[in-house]
Design a protein around this ligand. Sequence first.
Ligand code: FAD
Length: 371
Amino acid sequence: MSAARQTLTAESTKSAVVVGASLSGLMAALVLARIGFSVTVLERSDNSFRTGAALHVDQGLLARLTGTRMHNPLAPGIQSWFAVHKALLGAARSHPLVHIVTGSSVEVVEQDDTSAWAATVDGRTFSGDVVVGADGHSSVVRRAVAPERPDATFAGYCIWLGVAQESDLGPGICWPAETAFLGGGEAYLLGYPLPGPDGSVQAGRRQLGWAWYDSSRNDLFRETGCLVGKVVRHSLRASDVPDRTLRELWQDAAQWPTPWRKAVIDSIGRKAVIGTPITEYVPDRLVDGRLALVGDAAHVPTPMTGNGFAASMLGTEALADCLSEMASGYGALEASLRQYQTLRLNDVRRLVQSGQDFSRGFAASRRRARQ
Ligand SMILES: Cc1cc2nc3c(=O)[nH]c(=O)nc-3n(C[C@H](O)[C@H](O)[C@H](O)COP(=O)(O)OP(=O)(O)OC[C@H]3O[C@@H](n4cnc5c(N)ncnc54)[C@H](O)[C@@H]3O)c2cc1C
């Protein structure tokens, strides 16, 4: 631990445990550290299998989260998930009040009148004044906050995701200026031009990301254990997508115009396609006592809303705003968390509900096509 980290951690009187070091967890850690919390972030994996998703980043995101301009700015506009994660992780790692503990799979969270804690599967316990669940759509923390309805449910379709390097797509590509939204009926394709892995927007160094909405292969996700009943357990990793599915996708890709068809076929050829069954969750609550939920742990909209990331950011900021105005004395922290819930609950419920008409119609398109 650096000297600066040791001094600041010792001086900080408030502490938080954040479960999950993906986008919401890192944003929560940064905003809580900004208001003086000493933050321990617990992450079970290295997130290395994530690929494809693209997010809209606001101007000055990192400065806004950290309250300082010391970090390398993250370019505004459409960015790959990896670029956003890398920038947030860099800012969190360099913050003296944030401590990230990887290889920490949280099994259960609990609380009493004076603290809350997270216990990991290997028997360690991390406690703080508050535990923030940023552990995604199948959140463990949500089981404690909303035990009567802990699971997000399958929306009835999946998304295939990939990213292709411009340099692999051959000459003569007419580079798209903006996001493309193609298809209808049983399949949609969202295509997005992205900066290169190094952030470059120079010709030859950029990337094309794509997300293919597919309601026709739900059986595959059941057969592979990704989907059990209505609950999504995990995504289908690129290495686990069967060859026959890749061949079918390769044939079906003929329906997309270039350059998107080329990008899809390139990803399939490299077996660099992951399949994500889509879930939804309309929350009834965001907090319980000293436990709070943010990001996909709190609310899961279909990616078709394009607003999951923005809602996660607004949520972490609202949480920090409420905690920064916390009064002193018994019950003050719980009251601040209830205020956070009051501020955010209706908005995030509406966000998820706004995508449900699309989800129902799209999931039913396969059934209609079969009749
Ligand atoms: C396919 C897809 C496309 C999307 N496209 C868009 C888009 O275009 N625009 C947009 O705004 N949003 C989009 N989203 C949503 C957006 O990516 C998320 O809302 C945003 O990234 C916030 O995610 P999160 O950090 O809350 O959850 P996650 O990214 O799921 O992170 C949860 C983290 O918690 C960790 N974790 C889970 N359980 C435990 C445990 N028990 N112990 C320790 N760690 C744990 C996980 O390893 C992970 O790192 C998309 C989502 C998907 C799935």
